[in-house]
Design a protein around this ligand. Sequence first.
Ligand code: ADP
Ligand code: MG
Length: 491
Amino acid sequence: MSSDHKESSYKQKNIELADLLTKQLIVSNEDFEKVSALLSKEFDRGLRSTEDSFVKMYLTYVRSLPNGEENGRFLALDLGGTNVRALLVEFHRSQSESSATESNQKQQQQEPQKGSIEIIDSSIETIPTEIFHGTGEQLFDFIAEFIIEFAFRNKLTGERIALGFSFSFPSIQKGIAEATLVTWTKTFNCSGVVGCDVVRLFKASLERKAHPSIPFIDVVAILNDTTGTLIYGALLDENCRIGLIVGTASNACYVEHSSRIEKWPSNYNDPEQMIINCECGAFGDNYVIDWALTCWDRQLNYESLNLNKQIHEKLISGMYLPELLRRCLLTLIELGIVFNGKTPIELLQPYSIRTRYMSHIDQDDENDKNNFPNTRIALTNIFNMKNPLFKNGFNDSDVKIIHMINRRITKRSANFVANALRTLANRIDNIDISIAYDGSLICLHPHYRCWVEEKLNEFIKTSEIKKRFRLIRANDGSLYGAAIVAAICDR
Ligand code: ADP
Ligand code: MG
């Protein structure tokens, strides 16, 4: 055997070994049936009681969807990650459908338009670092000043303007404008807020900072980003019943019948429904899907800051996928299957790979004759090319293997999302179900959304009731949704 031939059969062996070792990242449809049944059970448990459940199924008190009767000007405020954002919109009560132009209807069938919302002004401001760790009063004074200044520059008139507050932190709601913060997440840790009603705190700041030349800002609703996404989707498509976020975190919400929400027995009047914020990232926190986890999922969980929490989210969200890739690669390196068994220093640092590189890698196709150009570029970004290991570029089999495991990890994430969606869809009577989505992973990854659709279609094939799904992008749903909910409250 020539040395070239030897080399190539050695590379082929590595590819086969890597394939075999990472097959555990492929979840069969049979296993997804089991996962779906378990998830459904957790949904039921959450609908019975928030205390005794892992998947919390929080009540949002958002019951009506937009119906075209929304009218007038509204404010929205979004407090999410690093920024605070404001929005001023005007709704125009919709004309009868027949008067909509054909091109308008066509547009609505494709990507979402702003529907009957007219955007008048928007503003964004970075939250200063000292505010993240200051007092609650400082935080709410800061955002009150921000929205008052925004109202001022828009020369708002009248006595009062309603505001929808998008607040994406786990909270227990007792009404549409009442939310007790359970815990801060992300970079926030303001004192004196956990256990308090954030709407009350915000209103107190608004009162302190009120300006005589602008109308009274009336906080009429508080909601999270998932709910906002669903509501915005419902403005774009009347069949929208599910909201989905896949970004740093992952979560979903849906419209549930009042009669099926056991823990909320009080109110069966019209409309007999409510949006339920599933917080389904916590599915698996009671170990029910441990059998579906790989060794890399387990390692990631053991060494995470939130041990045994957000197990489902750890399989799905953009925050964790690159960490799974890194851990999987380390295993293959240790076995000598990748990089000749040598570990590049960049891989030793947890959470060092950026999610967007996984999107770059997935731009290549495994059947491409082009030799994975995007994967090579992504690897050049991840690794320091001064490293002697890469002085001649990347070895063909390494590139192929990295592309394969990257794809298995992202595809598995999309499949788990599809599985959660069909499990939710089974609770909804409609045959046509539109799903509004937002979040950078599902929006920016080149194939993620298609993979979710493909898997949904596979699931339909074996299901008794043939639902028809449609995924609609609800860009900035958290902000638009807050304005829409404010308008619904004032309807
Ligand atoms: P958030 O979830 O914080 O509200 P986003 O929805 O924008 O914000 O999600 C940001 C997350 O999405 C990042 O933390 C990262 O995990 C992931 N992400 C960012 N850019 C990309 C990309 N190009 N492709 C895939 N995932 C991305
Ligand atoms: Mg977000």
